[in-house]
Design a binder for this molecule. Structure first.
Ligand code: DX5
Ligand code: ZN
Length: 228
């Protein structure tokens, strides 16, 4: 199943709860929450207290919880991962180059009751994934250099998506393949065709007037390509 995960990085932070409610009504499957520390990446965003504050908004009209997907662009990882788990994160992804003992960090996130994931920057090879794939629930491929919303999709990501898809399929495990950065209506079909199943989109959704028409169009393009 293909999932759309709007990144609230491009939402109106002065009205965050309302923005989350609107994007869930518009069809969001997950809420993607970008954490930047002005150290691992050159920007500073939101912390565990904001995650805790918005958690009650992560629910749809029928009362079903919408997962809060925390993407940590921080170094080191472990202490903050624990704070986000306690604040209500459902999944926590981190960059393996930001923590020394990656296997231990993945296990620690799972022990806290969250799904755990590894994030690979555009120039970071997938090597480490092979050795810890049994502890990974999400593989997140960055299709921009992390730190800012609104950048352009880096085309070489498409080959990397196919490579990650092969590794996941060979493992036979239930692992989401997520792509983050520059995903738009115009390129989402290519990203899906390469093998991704979970699509982060920030500016493409939150900079539009009508969130639901963007999400509907994204789903339409994915379905047309994947079934076509
Ligand atoms: C970038 C963040 C992304 C970002 C994507 O470092 O991880 O989640 O919000 O924004 P767009 O979709 O605008 O590229
Ligand atoms: Zn992100």
């Amino acid at each position: 199943m293909h999932l759309i995960a709007p990144s609230i990085l491009s939402a109106d932070f002065a009205r965050l709860g309302e923005e989350i409610t609107s994007v869930i009504k518009a069809g969001a499957d997950w809420i993607h929450f970008d954490v930047m520390d002005n150290h691992y990446v050159p920007n500073l965003t939101i912390g565990p207290d904001i995650a805790r504050a918005i958690k009650p908004y992560c629910v749809n009209d029928s009362g079903t919880a919408i997962p809060l997907d925390v993407h940590l662009m921080v170094k080191p990882v472990d202490s903050l991962a624990e704070l986000f788990a306690k604040a209500g994160a459902d999944s926590i992804t981190f960059h393996p180059d930001a923590e020394i003992h990656v296997d231990r960090s993945l296990q620690a996130i799972r022990d806290l009751g969250c799904k755990a994931g590894l994030v690979f920057n555009p120039a970071t090879p997938l090597d480490q994934l092979r050795y810890v794939i049994d502890k990974v629930d999400i593989v997140l491929l960055m299709s921009v250099n992390p730190g800012f919303g609104g950048q352009s999709f880096i085309p070489s990501t498409l080959d990397k998506i196919a490579e990650a898809r092969r590794l996941i399929d060979e493992s036979g495990r239930d692992i989401r393949l997520q792509v983050d950065g520059g995903v738009k209506i115009e390129n989402i079909a290519d990203v899906a065709a390469a093998g991704a199943d979970t699509f982060v989109a920030g500016s493409a959704i939150f900079n539009a007037d009508d969130y639901s028409s963007v999400i509907r169009e994204m789903r339409g393009r994915i379905t047309a390509r994947v079934n076509g």
